[in-house]
Design a protein around this ligand. Structure first.
Ligand code: ATP
Ligand code: FE
Length: 346
């Protein structure tokens, strides 16, 4: 049996096929970077149109990659949210039409839970309870993933997401779009101690994540000496990228360390697009080693948006008897967690 997954929550059009054993038979991701690059960010209306024209081709490619015809597919899983309304709507409409025409069950998937489930595609089994840091372009969540599959939220960002912060720094420096990978590359040749960034702190003792202060600090460093940053291959640019990245990583792991003091954990998990960041991967691995726990991180293709994670989560839901009716609608603010148990600052 095979589940076909469809992911169109933001600017990647993806269709994947996953089998009963959790093997990824195909995972086609069509990026829209070229469409959005001239605007320096994702333009929602363009994204919806691109999904519409890409989906049939991307699905055909996925079926061809898996050497399967549509009549071998047993269920259709689709991202219901969170994401951009127009983009989600295109994917859901496509999935509904496909499921209706082939008389297949339709399975509604939460995109963020998909990022968590991606870990199970590469690590089997994932020991639980586990602490899962899911860092992406729109979300920064620290979860406890329970043995019974429940997801407990420990903390999240109160302003920007980590990926968004990387993208904004890139924009400030005029590096291009998407910014995260560009900052990562330049940071590799920079000095992480060249610029000062202080860790976000809250008077109310909250252990929220916050990236807007780091972004403002970067803007101040830039403003102080704008000429020094004109040459994009110059040392100052590399140093700023390295210092900013080090601060983001430190802040991300600061909360994981706090959680480790209080939460039971058998493993440390890292997922979402920012899990591609080389500095974060290195530091995450070191932290896990220090804590005596296995570090499990999704590989780059399963970190950024992909339909394999949607199909995998779809499998899981289908086994649990979850299917959608034909009136399924997108939910742009769908919550990934079942329960909240906020950390407090020490
Ligand atoms: P969400 O999952 O919250 O809805 P999204 O789907 O847009 O958001 P993902 O595709 O999971 O996000 O991740 C994209 C983000 O990851 C972008 O912000 C991008 O800049 C960031 N990113 C990708 N690679 C790197 C990297 N090497 N270093 C830092 N950030 C990165
Ligand atoms: Fe995502």
């Amino acid at each position: 049996k095979y589940v076909l997954g469809i992911e169109t929550s933001c600017d990647d059009t993806s269709v994947a096929i996953v089998d009963e054993g959790g093997r990824v038979c195909a995972n086609v991701v069509s990026s829209q970077v070229e469409e959005h690059a001239p605007f320096g960010g994702v333009v929602p209306e363009l994204a919806s149109r691109a999904h519409l024209s890409n989906l049939p081709r991307v699905m055909d490619k996925a079926l061809a990659d898996a050497c399967l015809s549509l009549d071998r597919i047993s269920a259709v899983a689709v991202t219901q949210g969170p994401g951009l309304i127009g983009s989600l709507l295109v994917g859901i409409s496509f999935a509904k039409a496909l499921a209706f025409a082939r008389e297949l069950p339709l399975i509604p998937v939460n995109h963020i839970r998909g990022h968590v489930r991606a870990l199970a595609l590469e690590f089997d089994p994932v020991p639980r309870p586990a602490l899962a840091l899911i860092v992406s372009g729109g979300h920064t969540h620290l979860f406890r993933w329970q043995p019974d599959d429940a997801i407990v939220l420990l903390t999240k960002t109160r302003d920007d997401a980590a990926g968004e912060a990387f993208d904004k720094l890139a924009k400030m420096l005029d590096l291009g779009f998407p910014g995260g990978p560009l900052v990562d590359r330049l940071a590799a040749e920079g000095d992480p101690r060249a610029f000062e960034f202080s860790m976000p702190r809250f008077r109310d003792g909250s252990a929220d994540y916050s990236f807007s202060g780091l972004k403002t600090a970067a803007a101040m460093h830039l403003k102080r000496d704008p000429h020094a940053f004109r040459d994009l291959s110059g040392q100052r640019v590399k140093d700023l990228c390295a210092s900013f990245q080090a601060a983001v990583v430190k802040h991300l792991l600061q909360r994981v360390k706090q959680a480790l003091k209080r939460e039971p954990a058998e493993a440390l998990l890292l997922g979402g697009g920012v899990a591609c960041n080389s500095g974060l991967r290195r530091a995450f691995e070191a932290l896990a080693k220090q804590a005596g726990l296995p570090a499990m991180m999704t590989s780059p293709v399963l970190s950024t948006d992909n339909a394999a994670m949607i199909a995998a989560e779809g499998w899981h839901l289908w086994r649990a008897g979850v299917t959608a009716d034909w009136d399924l609608n997108p939910n742009v603010s769908l919550k990934a967690y079942d329960e909240v148990r906020f950390l407090a600052n020490e």
